[in-house]
Design a binder for this molecule. Structure first.
Ligand code: RNT
Ligand code: ZN
Length: 419
């Protein structure tokens, strides 16, 4: 037996003694999809425009080797998929449309055919696709406003764009036989104290109503709405605040999306998840790491990531939570950034699945708080790594840090040539 198998067999026994079924945990994890965001690969640039990244989000760093073409981005995603375990999906932005040579259409005229190559990519890999209208980095973002703009032309352009995205999402779902999550996030906001907080939100509400008015199959397209507390250049006010998006989603029967970089620093998304689960059939999450602000650092195996995973797992919500990653670090090797983040998301879920959750809930209900603290602390030094290694091996991805050799080789053979 390999050392990974030997260690796994031992670890399994240790967990079993604590009432935890390691094999069952792995089986559950294997059927839980995580949507990999395509935009880590090219610093949120996309293929349909050449301007700078705008919209209150920012990438920093200029590590060499970013993907410049659809093929390069697809190759990079494949590389990441070969290095991280688990069931994957790919999350695309509308700006990643792939045109024929010489062809170009503006965002309000995008059609399913502009994403046919992505569908081909997904079919070959037997994965699902998720989608996002791209309401930033474009000349029709006027004064940092899109769907809430006082200018009807601006609003109408973005309404047409988002409707086009619903049709593209439906095409993904039909072609791939799996629902497509379509997330609407607008950057709209004001740098300084607004004179009118209601008007922009009323216009946003009306725009969303118009968007959702088009006929589409709600079992195929899961529309969700992402909130945000502030953005760069939009420090004082954002139109799509938490209260707005939660209320709108409930009112219209769409999904709310919580991004854990989009709240005040002492707020935690882990604490919000159970409340949202009580009032929504399904919810969506963007997993990221805010460092002092919405900085979109790579997801680590840190306390809040684990806490988010626990809320998904112990509330039996793995089939009700749509989890996507959302970070973009341009200062390090992008394949490494993606892989670390994806492996850590998987790790956090596995960690949560390997806790004696029912017993811990019982201790809480019994008021046995000393024992609860003792147990959750002792669980931290259980042989989690041995179960994780076995999971990686069973998924045919490198065990422990071996994946980094692959990244170094890829950097030398592929990324370094992108000059
Ligand atoms: C921005 C939001 C949004 C974007 C992506 C690119 O603050 O988090 O989800 O990161 O749509
Ligand atoms: Zn996000």
């Amino acid at each position: 037996m390999s050392t990974v198998s030997t260690a796994y067999e031992e670890a399994k026994k240790i967990y079993a003694a604590a009432g935890v079924d390691a094999e069952g945990a792995i089986a559950k994890l294997k059927s839980f999809p995580i949507s990999l965001h395509c935009w880590q690969g090219d610093d949120v640039h996309g293929f349909d425009a050449d301007g700078p990244l705008t919209g209150g989000i920012q990438t920093t760093g200029n590590y060499p080797g970013k993907a410049r073409t659809p093929q390069e981005l697809m190759d990079d995603i494949d590389k990441v998929f070969s290095l991280a375990p688990g069931l994957k999906r790919v999350n695309l932005h509308a700006s990643y449309a792939i045109f024929e040579p010489g062809e170009w259409v503006d965002r309000d005229a995008l059609q399913p055919k502009h994403f046919a190559k992505w569908v081909e990519f997904a079919k070959k890999r037997n994965i699902g696709l998720d989608f996002n209208p791209t309401l930033f980095s474009h000349r029709m973002v006027k004064d940092n406003l899109t769907l809430s703009s006082p200018d009807k032309n601006v609003r109408d352009f973005w309404i047409r764009h988002t409707q086009a995205c619903i049709r593209i999402s439906e095409y993904f779902a039909t072609e791939l036989g799996a629902p497509c999550l379509m997330n609407i996030w607008i950057p709209d906001g004001y740098k300084d104290v607004p004179a009118d907080r209601l008007g922009p939100r009323a216009r946003f509400k009306d725009s969303l109503d118009q968007i959702l008015d088009i006929p589409y199959d709600k079992s195929k397209v899961l529309v969700c709405l992402e909130s945000k507390v502030f953005g760069i250049g939009m420090e004082s006010y954002t139109v799509g605040s938490s209260e707005f998006t939660i209320s709108y989603a409930a009112h219209k029967g769409i999904l709310p999306l919580m991004d854990n970089g989009h709240y005040h620093p002492t707020e935690t998304v882990s604490d919000k998840i159970p409340s949202m689960l009580l009032f929504n059939d399904q919810i969506a999450l963007h997993l990221t790491r805010p460092v002092r602000w919405d900085s979109d650092h790579v997801v680590l195996f840190d306390d809040e990531t684990k806490e988010i995973a626990k809320e998904i797992v112990r509330n039996d919500a793995m089939d009700r939570v749509k989890l996507g990653l959302d970070f973009f670090d341009a200062s390090i090797n992008r394949i490494s950034a993606w892989t670390v983040g994806l492996r850590n998301a998987e790790k956090a879920l596995l960690y949560a699945l390997l806790l004696p959750n029912a017993q811990m809930k019982q201790l809480q209900d019994n008021g046995e708080f000393s024992k609860l603290m003792m147990l959750s602390e002792e669980m931290k030094s259980y042989p989690f790594g041995a179960i994780w290694d076995h999971y990686c091996e069973s998924e045919n991805v490198p065990v422990r840090e071996a994946w980094y050799d692959e990244v170094e080789k890829y950097e030398k053979d592929v990324l370094a040539k992108r000059v």
